[in-house]
Structure formats: structure tokens, C-alpha cells
Design a protein around this ligand. Structure first.
Ligand SMILES: Nc1ncnc2c1ncn2[C@@H]1O[C@H](COP(=O)(O)OP(=O)(O)OP(=O)(O)O)[C@@H](O)[C@H]1O
Length: 327
């Protein structure tokens, strides 16, 4: 079920004095989709999110939600809600009062807001903790409360700024599955800021990769991963080499590069690193032109014919695995 509305960023720009944090970005977020804004530190993703939320005014450009320009509307009237990295729960209020807080501000009557808050806690499986205070909850539980508190306003778009970064790795994987479930169930648009490629790949209908205040590439997760358009995207998404060949620069997945006997491949080189990674072995080869190329070899294949650091090898691939990239 899709109940959200399309969100459009039109030439959206933010300057802080001389510094350009977001530089004329255009993007259309489809209603009811899960989008991740992904990029290295300082690329402008949080600033973009804060402008969508209304916590930061654009220097130029506009934000259009469901056909209406909301660029200058106060946050509470936009149809968006934000979940912050540190959850920003009120320490002195119980869980249920935290969730009901925004309804109280709107003057909603006590029994009605408790009923609605209770329904939200049910959605995130936290009803039994309704009377605890935030400091009596684990990080994962606090996160669920923060989600319920954001969702009680019935937003069209939920904005999440690094929502999983405070959790330990095990809980992070569990909570990301919960986020995805919730988004599917509610049918609203989620825009999630992260600098984790794994998180973006696991969650996104669409990944929007930012770098240096602009969008480098956007598209379905598999497209962005398998068809990086620039060297930056190929390297940032990981799992790829960027190889300079006489015909130009090409991205190739490390698991599409195979090793042959020396002089039998496309390029010759020397093994400079061997790393056992569980199901596979990561070999690093220094090839002609001082290029470091990574090859992922399945565990069994590697241990049938193990290689030492310094060994001369050839590198081979299928041409269909090469994708031209801009550098
Ligand atoms: N309030 C501010 N005043 C001045 N400069 C700012 C302000 N907020 C952000 N910036 C600058 O704008 C740029 C983009 O910052 P932003 O927080 O959007 O990046 P980010 O991609 O979210 O990074 P991170 O992953 O580290 O949070 C950075 O260079 C940052 O220093």
C-alpha cells in the first residue's frame, strides 16, 4: 500500500558563508519508497535532510511535497517527521508521554493522545515498556520509541539521520530489518542518511550517492552497485577495482577478476597481499602501471592452489564485466 507523496528537490542549495554544503541538487523521491542518502563525511547529506525537514532554510531552490512547495513551511506543517541520530527523547518523560508529546503540543485531549501513542508503541512492539523512562531502556528500545514518536504525526515522509549508528553491529542488522518492515507496512517514504554502504544496499529501493555537495549517482541499489558511473562511486560503493586500460578507465567487480598463470592473463602482476575473509580469499595484485587490483577468489579454489606474497600471476576477466567510468 502506498500512502506517501512524491518529494521533489529542485536545484536545492545551501551555503554556510563561503562554504557550499549542498550545490543545486535535483532529485525526485518516489512516494512510498525507501531511499538512502549515502556518502562520505561532509558531503552534504545531513544538510539535505535537515532542509527537507525544515530545520535548515535553503539558500536557493525548493522542496516540493505532493505538488506543494513546502520550502518555507514550519517543520510541523510539512508532512515530514525526523528521527534523530541520538533519538532526542525527553529523559524525564515516560515512554508513552514521549510518544504522545507532539499531540499534547497540538492540544489533543489526554485520553485520545494516550490511545494513539499506545497504538504507535504497538507498531514498534514497545507497549510493555510504556511506563518506563528512556534511561531504563536499551539503545534498540530507545530507537523504537523515537520511531513511534516520529510516526505519531502521520508523516508522508520519515527522515532518518544515521538512525542505526548508536547500535552495536548485531542490533544494527536486526533494527534495519525492522525499519524496512515498518516502511513496507506504512507505505510512506523513508529517507535515511547513512555512510554505510552495507546499510544502503540492504535497505534501499533507491540509493542516492552524494559527494562534494552534489548527487554523483542515484538509482536502484543493484544498478548503483553494478553500474557505477564514476570512479568515485565505484570506489565508494566498494567491491570494485578501477582499471586504467588503453581504451579508458573501467570499473570491474573484484569477484569478476580471476587469476591465471603469469603471462596467461590480460595483465601481469605480483601478489602483494593475501587475506582470508571466511568464504573467500582477497588477493591484492600490483599490476602494470603501478595499479593495485583486488581479486576475490572462492575459499576452496584458493586453497586448491594457494599463492604466496610476491608470486607472479596473470589477471583475467570477461570483457562484459568491464564498465566505463568517468574519472
Ligand atoms: N551549521 C553549519 N555551519 C557551517 N558549516 C556547516 C554547518 N553544517 C554543516 N556545515 C558544513 O557543510 C558541509 C556538509 O555537512 P553535512 O553535515 O551535511 O555533511 P554530512 O554528509 O552529513 O557529513 P557527516 O556524515 O559527517 O554527518 C560540511 O563541510 C560541513 O562542515
Amino acid at each position: 500500500m502506498t500512502t506517501g507523496q512524491d518529494l521533489e528537490l529542485v536545484s536545492l542549495t545551501k551555503r554556510y558563508g563561503e562554504a557550499l554544503a549542498v550545490n543545486r541538487i535535483d532529485h525526485h523521491f518516489r512516494a512510498g519508497s525507501y531511499a538512502c542518502l549515502l556518502g562520505p563525511s561532509g558531503c552534504g547529506k545531513s544538510t539535505t535532510l535537515r532542509m527537507i525537514a525544515g530545520h535548515e532554510a535553503p539558500t536557493d531552490g525548493s522542496i516540493v511535497l505532493g505538488g506543494s512547495d513546502v520550502s518555507w513551511m514550519p517543520p510541523a506543517r510539512r508532512g515530514t517527521a525526523m528521527m534523530f541520530q541520538n533519538y532526542a527523547l525527553f529523559p524525564h518523560l515516560t515512554v508513552i508521554d514521549n510518544v504522545a508529546f507532539s499531540l499534547k503540543m497540538k492540544g489533543v485531549e489526554a485520553t485520545v493522545r494516550r490511545k494513539k501513542a499506545s497504538a504507535m508503541l504497538d507498531l514498534v512492539d514497545m507497549v510493555r515498556y510504556a511506563d518506563r523512562r528512556p534511561d531504563q531502556l536499551s539503545g534498540g528500545q530507545q530507537q523504537r520509541v523515537a520511531l513511534a514518536r516520529a510516526l505519531i504525526t502521520n508523516p508522508q515522509v520519515l527522515l532518518l539521520d544515521e538512525p542505526l549508528s548508536a547500535l552495536d553491529p548485531f542490533l544494527r542488522i536486526r533494527m534495519r530489518a525492522e525499519l524496512k518492515r515498518l516502511q513496507r507496512e506504512l507505505g510512506i517514504t523513508f529517507i535515511h542518511v547513512t555512510h554505510s554502504q552495507d546499510e544502503a544496499l540492504a535497505l534501499s529501493d533507491e540509493i542516492v550517492v552524494m559527494n562534494n555537495a552534489v548527487i554523483e549517482q542515484a538509482g536502484p541499489a543493484r544498478n548503483v552497485f553494478n553500474r557505477p558511473r564514476t570512479e568515485f562511486v565505484a570506489r565508494f560503493m566498494g567491491g570494485h577495482n578501477v582499471i586504467a586500460l588503453p581504451q579508458g578507465h573501467f570499473a570491474i567487480r573484484s569477484d569478476r577478476v580471476s587469476l591465471t598463470a603469469a603471462t596467461q592473463g590480460r595483465l601481469d602482476g605480483q601478489v602483494t597481499g593475501v587475506e582470508y575473509q571466511g568464504g573467500h580469499v582477497l588477493l591484492t595484485v600490483r599490476a602494470a602501471g603501478d595499479q593495485e587490483i583486488a581479486a576475490i577468489v572462492p575459499e576452496d579454489a584458493y586453497f586448491d592452489k594457494p599463492m604466496q606474497q610476491g608470486a607472479d600471476v596473470g589477471l583475467s576477466w570477461d570483457d562484459s564485466a568491464l564498465h566505463p567510468v568517468a574519472v
